[in-house]
Design a protein around this ligand. Structure first.
Ligand code: ATP
Ligand code: MG
Length: 445
Protein backbone atom coordinates (compact mmCIF):
# COMPACT_ATOMS: atom_id res chain seq x y z
CA UNK A 1 0.00 0.00 0.00
CA UNK A 2 1.20 3.46 -0.89
CA UNK A 3 0.16 6.44 1.19
CA UNK A 4 0.59 9.90 -0.20
CA UNK A 5 2.33 11.86 2.55
CA UNK A 6 2.76 15.63 2.43
CA UNK A 7 6.25 16.81 1.43
CA UNK A 8 7.25 18.04 4.91
CA UNK A 9 6.38 14.65 6.41
CA UNK A 10 8.48 12.87 3.79
CA UNK A 11 11.36 15.24 4.53
CA UNK A 12 11.16 14.70 8.28
CA UNK A 13 11.13 10.92 7.88
CA UNK A 14 13.99 10.84 5.38
CA UNK A 15 16.14 13.19 7.47
CA UNK A 16 15.70 11.00 10.55
CA UNK A 17 16.34 7.94 8.46
CA UNK A 18 19.52 9.46 6.94
CA UNK A 19 20.78 10.01 10.50
CA UNK A 20 20.29 6.32 11.25
CA UNK A 21 16.92 6.41 13.02
CA UNK A 22 13.58 4.82 12.17
CA UNK A 23 10.59 7.08 11.62
CA UNK A 24 6.95 6.56 10.62
CA UNK A 25 3.81 8.59 10.20
CA UNK A 26 1.41 7.08 12.72
CA UNK A 27 -2.11 7.07 14.14
CA UNK A 28 -5.02 9.19 12.86
CA UNK A 29 -3.25 10.37 9.70
CA UNK A 30 -2.71 6.81 8.48
CA UNK A 31 -6.26 5.81 9.35
CA UNK A 32 -7.63 8.83 7.48
CA UNK A 33 -5.35 8.33 4.47
CA UNK A 34 -6.58 4.75 4.06
CA UNK A 35 -10.24 5.78 4.16
CA UNK A 36 -9.64 8.73 1.86
CA UNK A 37 -10.36 11.36 4.51
CA UNK A 38 -8.12 14.40 4.91
CA UNK A 39 -5.99 14.02 8.07
CA UNK A 40 -6.22 16.80 10.69
CA UNK A 41 -2.52 16.59 11.36
CA UNK A 42 0.40 14.30 10.70
CA UNK A 43 2.07 12.72 13.74
CA UNK A 44 5.43 11.09 13.43
CA UNK A 45 6.98 8.49 15.70
CA UNK A 46 10.67 7.67 15.75
CA UNK A 47 13.34 5.54 17.42
CA UNK A 48 15.40 8.73 17.99
CA UNK A 49 15.41 10.13 21.52
CA UNK A 50 14.03 13.68 21.91
CA UNK A 51 17.50 15.25 22.14
CA UNK A 52 18.55 13.30 19.05
CA UNK A 53 15.50 14.62 17.21
CA UNK A 54 16.46 18.14 18.28
CA UNK A 55 20.01 17.59 17.01
CA UNK A 56 18.78 16.33 13.63
CA UNK A 57 16.57 19.42 13.20
CA UNK A 58 18.81 21.94 14.99
CA UNK A 59 18.62 24.27 11.98
CA UNK A 60 14.82 24.41 12.14
CA UNK A 61 12.12 25.87 14.36
CA UNK A 62 11.47 23.32 17.14
CA UNK A 63 9.08 23.63 20.08
CA UNK A 64 9.67 21.42 23.11
CA UNK A 65 5.99 20.46 23.45
CA UNK A 66 6.23 17.61 25.92
CA UNK A 67 9.87 16.71 26.25
CA UNK A 68 9.34 14.37 29.20
CA UNK A 69 6.77 12.42 27.13
CA UNK A 70 9.14 12.39 24.19
CA UNK A 71 7.33 14.89 22.00
CA UNK A 72 8.77 17.84 20.12
CA UNK A 73 6.94 19.89 17.51
CA UNK A 74 8.65 20.87 14.31
CA UNK A 75 7.28 23.96 12.59
CA UNK A 76 7.40 23.93 8.78
CA UNK A 77 5.59 26.71 6.89
CA UNK A 78 3.53 27.48 10.01
CA UNK A 79 2.28 23.89 10.30
CA UNK A 80 3.28 21.90 13.38
CA UNK A 81 4.44 18.28 13.09
CA UNK A 82 4.65 16.36 16.35
CA UNK A 83 7.58 14.00 16.50
CA UNK A 84 7.35 11.52 19.37
CA UNK A 85 9.95 8.99 20.45
CA UNK A 86 8.72 5.36 20.49
CA UNK A 87 7.46 4.84 24.00
CA UNK A 88 5.47 2.65 26.33
CA UNK A 89 3.41 3.99 29.20
CA UNK A 90 3.15 3.08 32.87
CA UNK A 91 -0.24 2.80 34.57
CA UNK A 92 -2.47 5.85 34.89
CA UNK A 93 -2.80 5.71 38.68
CA UNK A 94 -4.18 9.25 38.88
CA UNK A 95 -6.40 8.31 35.88
CA UNK A 96 -5.21 11.44 34.10
CA UNK A 97 -1.80 10.76 32.69
CA UNK A 98 0.62 7.84 32.81
CA UNK A 99 2.88 7.64 35.88
CA UNK A 100 5.89 7.38 33.62
CA UNK A 101 6.76 6.79 30.00
CA UNK A 102 9.70 4.69 28.87
CA UNK A 103 11.39 5.19 25.56
CA UNK A 104 11.76 2.02 23.52
CA UNK A 105 13.41 1.10 20.24
CA UNK A 106 10.73 -1.07 18.65
CA UNK A 107 7.81 0.42 16.69
CA UNK A 108 5.60 -2.49 17.73
CA UNK A 109 5.91 -1.57 21.40
CA UNK A 110 4.88 2.00 20.58
CA UNK A 111 1.74 1.12 18.61
CA UNK A 112 0.86 -1.42 21.29
CA UNK A 113 0.01 1.41 23.73
CA UNK A 114 -2.41 3.05 21.28
CA UNK A 115 -6.15 2.80 21.83
CA UNK A 116 -7.82 1.18 18.83
CA UNK A 117 -6.64 -1.03 15.97
CA UNK A 118 -7.56 1.60 13.39
CA UNK A 119 -5.40 4.15 15.28
CA UNK A 120 -2.42 1.85 15.69
CA UNK A 121 -1.03 1.74 12.16
CA UNK A 122 2.22 3.32 10.98
CA UNK A 123 3.64 3.98 7.54
CA UNK A 124 6.75 5.11 5.76
CA UNK A 125 7.69 4.89 2.09
CA UNK A 126 10.61 2.54 2.74
CA UNK A 127 8.79 -0.12 4.78
CA UNK A 128 5.17 0.46 3.76
CA UNK A 129 2.27 -0.06 6.14
CA UNK A 130 2.91 -1.50 9.60
CA UNK A 131 -0.37 -2.93 10.83
CA UNK A 132 0.19 -5.38 13.69
CA UNK A 133 -3.38 -5.60 15.03
CA UNK A 134 -5.62 -5.85 11.97
CA UNK A 135 -6.39 -2.14 11.69
CA UNK A 136 -6.88 -2.28 7.92
CA UNK A 137 -9.44 -5.07 8.22
CA UNK A 138 -11.30 -3.27 10.99
CA UNK A 139 -11.36 -0.09 8.92
CA UNK A 140 -12.82 -2.02 6.00
CA UNK A 141 -15.38 -3.70 8.25
CA UNK A 142 -16.05 -0.34 9.97
CA UNK A 143 -15.26 -1.59 13.46
CA UNK A 144 -13.77 0.04 16.56
CA UNK A 145 -11.76 -2.53 18.51
CA UNK A 146 -9.30 -2.08 21.36
CA UNK A 147 -5.66 -2.99 20.89
CA UNK A 148 -5.16 -5.81 23.42
CA UNK A 149 -7.58 -6.61 26.24
CA UNK A 150 -10.37 -4.03 26.38
CA UNK A 151 -10.87 -4.19 30.17
CA UNK A 152 -7.18 -3.50 30.76
CA UNK A 153 -7.06 -0.69 28.25
CA UNK A 154 -10.05 1.10 29.79
CA UNK A 155 -8.58 0.62 33.24
CA UNK A 156 -5.33 2.26 32.16
CA UNK A 157 -7.18 5.26 30.74
CA UNK A 158 -10.97 5.48 30.94
CA UNK A 159 -11.10 8.33 28.44
CA UNK A 160 -10.72 5.60 25.82
CA UNK A 161 -14.33 4.59 26.59
CA UNK A 162 -15.51 7.97 25.34
CA UNK A 163 -12.99 7.94 22.49
CA UNK A 164 -14.46 4.66 21.24
CA UNK A 165 -17.88 6.33 21.16
CA UNK A 166 -16.36 9.38 19.48
CA UNK A 167 -14.73 7.44 16.64
CA UNK A 168 -17.80 5.22 16.17
CA UNK A 169 -20.01 8.34 15.95
CA UNK A 170 -17.63 10.27 13.70
CA UNK A 171 -17.13 7.45 11.18
CA UNK A 172 -20.48 5.75 11.74
CA UNK A 173 -18.72 2.52 12.79
CA UNK A 174 -19.87 -0.32 15.03
CA UNK A 175 -18.03 -1.05 18.25
CA UNK A 176 -16.81 -4.63 18.45
CA UNK A 177 -18.68 -6.69 21.03
CA UNK A 178 -15.95 -7.33 23.60
CA UNK A 179 -14.88 -3.70 23.42
CA UNK A 180 -18.51 -2.57 23.83
CA UNK A 181 -19.13 -4.86 26.81
CA UNK A 182 -15.96 -3.63 28.50
CA UNK A 183 -17.06 -0.02 27.90
CA UNK A 184 -20.36 -0.59 29.69
CA UNK A 185 -18.65 -2.54 32.47
CA UNK A 186 -15.98 0.08 33.16
CA UNK A 187 -18.09 3.19 32.62
CA UNK A 188 -17.81 4.43 36.22
CA UNK A 189 -14.07 4.89 35.74
CA UNK A 190 -14.88 7.89 33.56
CA UNK A 191 -15.71 9.85 36.69
CA UNK A 192 -11.97 10.02 37.43
CA UNK A 193 -11.05 11.53 34.07
CA UNK A 194 -10.56 15.29 33.85
CA UNK A 195 -13.50 17.28 32.47
CA UNK A 196 -11.28 19.02 29.93
CA UNK A 197 -10.35 15.72 28.28
CA UNK A 198 -13.96 14.51 28.44
CA UNK A 199 -15.30 17.69 26.87
CA UNK A 200 -12.98 17.42 23.85
CA UNK A 201 -14.20 13.90 23.06
CA UNK A 202 -17.85 14.66 23.83
CA UNK A 203 -17.95 17.58 21.38
CA UNK A 204 -16.34 15.47 18.66
CA UNK A 205 -18.79 12.67 19.42
CA UNK A 206 -21.79 14.99 19.13
CA UNK A 207 -20.63 16.27 15.76
CA UNK A 208 -20.50 12.75 14.32
CA UNK A 209 -23.05 11.43 11.84
CA UNK A 210 -23.63 8.43 14.10
CA UNK A 211 -23.96 10.47 17.31
CA UNK A 212 -27.60 9.63 18.07
CA UNK A 213 -27.14 5.91 17.44
CA UNK A 214 -24.07 5.73 19.66
CA UNK A 215 -25.68 7.81 22.44
CA UNK A 216 -28.67 5.46 22.34
CA UNK A 217 -26.48 2.35 22.61
CA UNK A 218 -24.26 3.86 25.30
CA UNK A 219 -26.59 6.18 27.19
CA UNK A 220 -25.46 4.57 30.46
CA UNK A 221 -21.96 5.84 29.72
CA UNK A 222 -23.09 9.36 28.86
CA UNK A 223 -25.02 9.32 32.15
CA UNK A 224 -21.74 8.98 34.06
CA UNK A 225 -20.60 12.29 32.58
CA UNK A 226 -24.06 13.92 32.47
CA UNK A 227 -26.19 12.20 35.16
CA UNK A 228 -28.90 14.81 34.48
CA UNK A 229 -29.98 12.83 31.40
CA UNK A 230 -30.98 9.79 33.48
CA UNK A 231 -34.56 10.95 34.32
CA UNK A 232 -35.16 11.63 30.60
CA UNK A 233 -34.47 8.04 29.57
CA UNK A 234 -37.80 6.28 29.17
CA UNK A 235 -39.79 9.31 30.40
CA UNK A 236 -43.15 9.02 28.60
CA UNK A 237 -44.64 12.35 27.49
CA UNK A 238 -48.35 11.47 27.13
CA UNK A 239 -48.72 14.27 24.62
CA UNK A 240 -50.26 14.53 21.17
CA UNK A 241 -47.15 16.37 20.03
CA UNK A 242 -44.90 13.49 20.85
CA UNK A 243 -44.46 9.92 19.74
CA UNK A 244 -41.25 9.29 21.70
CA UNK A 245 -40.12 9.44 25.31
CA UNK A 246 -37.97 12.45 26.26
CA UNK A 247 -34.63 10.75 25.63
CA UNK A 248 -35.70 9.15 22.35
CA UNK A 249 -37.02 12.55 21.22
CA UNK A 250 -33.70 14.11 22.20
CA UNK A 251 -31.80 11.55 20.11
CA UNK A 252 -34.03 12.13 17.08
CA UNK A 253 -33.49 15.86 17.45
CA UNK A 254 -29.70 15.37 17.61
CA UNK A 255 -29.87 13.21 14.51
CA UNK A 256 -31.83 15.82 12.58
CA UNK A 257 -29.58 18.71 13.63
CA UNK A 258 -26.66 20.01 11.59
CA UNK A 259 -23.40 18.50 12.82
CA UNK A 260 -22.08 21.72 14.44
CA UNK A 261 -21.23 21.49 18.14
CA UNK A 262 -23.46 24.42 19.21
CA UNK A 263 -26.64 23.06 17.67
CA UNK A 264 -25.92 19.47 18.67
CA UNK A 265 -25.17 20.48 22.28
CA UNK A 266 -28.38 22.49 22.30
CA UNK A 267 -30.40 19.51 21.12
CA UNK A 268 -28.75 17.26 23.70
CA UNK A 269 -29.81 19.64 26.49
CA UNK A 270 -32.97 21.34 25.21
CA UNK A 271 -35.47 19.11 27.02
CA UNK A 272 -33.29 17.99 29.93
CA UNK A 273 -35.54 19.91 32.36
CA UNK A 274 -38.74 18.22 31.15
CA UNK A 275 -39.03 15.44 33.73
CA UNK A 276 -39.00 17.89 36.63
CA UNK A 277 -41.71 20.05 35.00
CA UNK A 278 -44.15 17.25 34.24
CA UNK A 279 -47.83 17.60 35.10
CA UNK A 280 -50.82 15.60 33.89
CA UNK A 281 -54.18 17.26 33.38
CA UNK A 282 -57.21 16.52 31.17
CA UNK A 283 -55.66 13.33 29.88
CA UNK A 284 -52.60 15.10 28.53
CA UNK A 285 -49.01 15.50 29.79
CA UNK A 286 -47.63 19.05 30.11
CA UNK A 287 -44.18 20.45 30.70
CA UNK A 288 -44.83 24.08 31.62
CA UNK A 289 -41.72 26.25 31.81
CA UNK A 290 -39.45 23.36 30.88
CA UNK A 291 -37.28 25.55 28.63
CA UNK A 292 -36.18 27.58 31.65
CA UNK A 293 -35.57 24.44 33.70
CA UNK A 294 -33.55 23.01 30.81
CA UNK A 295 -31.53 26.20 30.58
CA UNK A 296 -30.70 26.05 34.29
CA UNK A 297 -29.58 22.41 34.08
CA UNK A 298 -27.72 23.05 30.82
CA UNK A 299 -25.70 25.79 32.50
CA UNK A 300 -24.66 23.42 35.31
CA UNK A 301 -23.69 20.72 32.83
CA UNK A 302 -21.76 23.03 30.50
CA UNK A 303 -19.90 24.67 33.38
CA UNK A 304 -18.96 21.27 34.75
CA UNK A 305 -17.56 20.42 31.32
CA UNK A 306 -15.49 23.62 31.60
CA UNK A 307 -16.59 24.80 28.17
CA UNK A 308 -15.89 28.37 27.09
CA UNK A 309 -18.20 31.18 28.22
CA UNK A 310 -19.03 31.75 24.57
CA UNK A 311 -20.30 28.19 24.10
CA UNK A 312 -22.14 28.25 27.43
CA UNK A 313 -23.81 31.60 26.64
CA UNK A 314 -24.93 30.58 23.16
CA UNK A 315 -26.18 27.11 24.07
CA UNK A 316 -28.05 28.40 27.14
CA UNK A 317 -29.75 31.12 25.07
CA UNK A 318 -30.79 28.57 22.44
CA UNK A 319 -32.06 26.11 25.06
CA UNK A 320 -34.00 28.84 26.89
CA UNK A 321 -35.76 29.97 23.71
CA UNK A 322 -36.02 26.64 21.88
CA UNK A 323 -39.81 26.84 21.97
CA UNK A 324 -40.06 30.53 21.09
CA UNK A 325 -40.95 30.13 17.41
CA UNK A 326 -44.06 28.05 18.11
CA UNK A 327 -46.34 31.03 18.60
CA UNK A 328 -44.63 34.22 17.63
CA UNK A 329 -45.47 37.26 15.55
CA UNK A 330 -43.30 39.99 14.11
CA UNK A 331 -43.21 42.01 17.33
CA UNK A 332 -42.28 38.95 19.34
CA UNK A 333 -39.51 38.17 16.86
CA UNK A 334 -38.13 41.69 17.27
CA UNK A 335 -38.18 41.40 21.07
CA UNK A 336 -36.39 38.07 20.80
CA UNK A 337 -33.81 39.64 18.48
CA UNK A 338 -33.20 42.30 21.11
CA UNK A 339 -32.36 39.52 23.59
CA UNK A 340 -30.40 37.01 21.53
CA UNK A 341 -29.28 38.79 18.32
CA UNK A 342 -29.63 37.84 14.65
CA UNK A 343 -26.99 35.09 14.66
CA UNK A 344 -28.67 33.15 17.45
CA UNK A 345 -32.13 33.84 16.03
CA UNK A 346 -30.98 32.10 12.84
CA UNK A 347 -29.45 29.26 14.84
CA UNK A 348 -32.80 28.94 16.59
CA UNK A 349 -34.36 28.12 13.20
CA UNK A 350 -32.07 25.10 13.01
CA UNK A 351 -32.85 24.17 16.61
CA UNK A 352 -36.60 24.39 16.00
CA UNK A 353 -36.28 22.34 12.84
CA UNK A 354 -34.33 19.58 14.61
CA UNK A 355 -36.77 19.66 17.53
CA UNK A 356 -39.67 19.31 15.11
CA UNK A 357 -38.11 16.25 13.47
CA UNK A 358 -38.30 14.44 16.80
CA UNK A 359 -42.02 15.12 17.19
CA UNK A 360 -45.17 13.32 16.09
CA UNK A 361 -45.21 13.41 12.25
CA UNK A 362 -48.79 14.74 11.95
CA UNK A 363 -47.83 17.84 13.97
CA UNK A 364 -44.79 18.70 11.90
CA UNK A 365 -46.52 20.50 9.02
CA UNK A 366 -47.87 23.19 11.33
CA UNK A 367 -44.41 23.98 12.61
CA UNK A 368 -42.80 23.85 9.20
CA UNK A 369 -45.07 26.65 8.00
CA UNK A 370 -44.32 28.63 11.14
CA UNK A 371 -40.59 28.28 10.57
CA UNK A 372 -40.90 29.53 7.01
CA UNK A 373 -42.76 32.56 8.36
CA UNK A 374 -40.11 33.33 10.98
CA UNK A 375 -37.37 32.99 8.37
CA UNK A 376 -39.12 35.47 6.09
CA UNK A 377 -39.55 37.98 8.92
CA UNK A 378 -35.88 37.65 9.93
CA UNK A 379 -34.82 38.22 6.30
CA UNK A 380 -37.03 41.28 6.05
CA UNK A 381 -35.75 42.76 9.31
CA UNK A 382 -32.16 42.21 8.23
CA UNK A 383 -32.66 43.57 4.72
CA UNK A 384 -34.38 46.74 5.91
CA UNK A 385 -32.07 47.10 8.87
CA UNK A 386 -35.13 47.48 11.10
CA UNK A 387 -34.72 48.63 14.67
CA UNK A 388 -34.61 45.72 17.14
CA UNK A 389 -32.32 47.06 19.85
CA UNK A 390 -31.42 50.24 21.70
CA UNK A 391 -28.26 50.62 19.63
CA UNK A 392 -30.20 51.00 16.39
CA UNK A 393 -32.60 53.60 17.81
CA UNK A 394 -32.49 57.07 16.24
CA UNK A 395 -31.92 58.53 19.74
CA UNK A 396 -29.13 57.83 22.19
CA UNK A 397 -28.05 58.45 25.77
CA UNK A 398 -27.00 62.01 25.09
CA UNK A 399 -30.48 62.79 23.76
CA UNK A 400 -31.96 61.44 26.99
CA UNK A 401 -29.65 63.67 29.04
CA UNK A 402 -30.87 66.63 26.98
CA UNK A 403 -34.37 65.68 28.15
CA UNK A 404 -33.16 66.09 31.72
CA UNK A 405 -32.84 62.37 32.51
CA UNK A 406 -29.98 60.89 34.50
CA UNK A 407 -28.66 57.57 35.80
CA UNK A 408 -30.97 54.61 35.34
CA UNK A 409 -33.67 56.78 33.80
CA UNK A 410 -31.59 56.97 30.64
CA UNK A 411 -31.64 53.23 29.97
CA UNK A 412 -35.30 52.99 30.98
CA UNK A 413 -36.28 55.73 28.55
CA UNK A 414 -34.32 54.14 25.71
CA UNK A 415 -36.09 50.85 26.37
CA UNK A 416 -39.42 52.64 26.38
CA UNK A 417 -38.54 54.12 23.02
CA UNK A 418 -37.47 50.72 21.67
CA UNK A 419 -40.72 49.09 22.75
CA UNK A 420 -42.73 51.91 21.23
CA UNK A 421 -40.88 51.50 17.94
CA UNK A 422 -41.36 47.72 17.93
CA UNK A 423 -45.06 48.18 18.75
CA UNK A 424 -45.27 50.69 15.88
CA UNK A 425 -46.53 53.44 18.17
CA UNK A 426 -43.85 55.76 16.84
CA UNK A 427 -41.42 55.85 13.93
CA UNK A 428 -37.71 55.32 14.54
CA UNK A 429 -36.87 58.97 13.80
CA UNK A 430 -35.24 61.37 16.17
CA UNK A 431 -37.88 64.16 16.22
CA UNK A 432 -40.74 61.69 16.50
CA UNK A 433 -39.05 59.78 19.30
CA UNK A 434 -38.09 62.91 21.28
CA UNK A 435 -41.62 64.17 21.00
CA UNK A 436 -43.06 60.82 22.00
CA UNK A 437 -40.84 60.60 25.05
CA UNK A 438 -41.50 64.18 26.18
CA UNK A 439 -45.21 64.30 25.56
CA UNK A 440 -46.47 60.90 26.41
CA UNK A 441 -44.55 58.20 28.12
CA UNK A 442 -42.14 60.09 30.34
CA UNK A 443 -44.92 62.02 32.01
CA UNK A 444 -46.27 58.77 33.43
CA UNK A 445 -43.03 58.14 35.34
P1 ATP B 1 -8.09 13.18 15.14
O1 ATP B 1 -8.40 12.99 13.71
O2 ATP B 1 -9.29 13.59 15.92
O3 ATP B 1 -6.88 13.98 15.43
P2 ATP B 1 -6.49 11.03 16.10
O4 ATP B 1 -6.62 9.54 15.94
O5 ATP B 1 -5.32 11.68 15.49
O6 ATP B 1 -7.83 11.66 15.63
P3 ATP B 1 -5.61 12.10 18.58
O7 ATP B 1 -6.39 12.36 19.81
O8 ATP B 1 -5.02 13.24 17.83
O9 ATP B 1 -6.56 11.26 17.64
O10 ATP B 1 -4.47 11.07 18.96
C1 ATP B 1 -3.42 10.68 18.06
C2 ATP B 1 -3.10 9.19 18.23
O11 ATP B 1 -2.60 8.96 19.56
C3 ATP B 1 -4.32 8.29 18.09
O12 ATP B 1 -4.54 7.93 16.73
C4 ATP B 1 -3.92 7.11 18.94
O13 ATP B 1 -3.03 6.26 18.25
C5 ATP B 1 -3.13 7.75 20.08
N1 ATP B 1 -3.95 8.10 21.26
C6 ATP B 1 -4.51 9.30 21.54
N2 ATP B 1 -5.14 9.29 22.71
C7 ATP B 1 -4.98 8.06 23.22
C8 ATP B 1 -5.38 7.43 24.44
N3 ATP B 1 -6.10 8.07 25.35
N4 ATP B 1 -5.02 6.13 24.62
C9 ATP B 1 -4.28 5.49 23.71
N5 ATP B 1 -3.88 6.02 22.55
C10 ATP B 1 -4.21 7.29 22.30
MG1 MG C 1 -4.74 13.78 15.69
Amino acid sequence: MKINMPEPVKQIISRLSASGYEAYAVGGCIRDSITGAVPNDWDICTSALPEQVEAVFSDMHIIETGLQHGTVTLMINHVGYEITTYRTEGTYSDRRKPDYVSFVTDLREDVNRRDFTINAMAYNDENGLRDYFGGTEDLKARIIRCVGTADERFNEDALRILRAMRFAAAFDFEIEEKTALAMHRNRELLSYVSMERIAVELLKLLKGSGAARILREFSDILAVVIPEITPCIGFEQHSKWHCYDVWEHTLHAIDAAEPGELIRLTMLLHDIGKPECYTYTDGEGHFYDHANASERIAKTVLKRLKLSNEIIGTVCALVKHHDAYGQIGEKGIKRLLNRIGMKNARRLLMVTYADMCGQAPEKRMLKEEKLEYVRTVLDKIEENNECVNVKSLAVNGRDMISLGLKGREIGDALNLALNAVIDEKVKNEKTALMEYLTNTELRKH
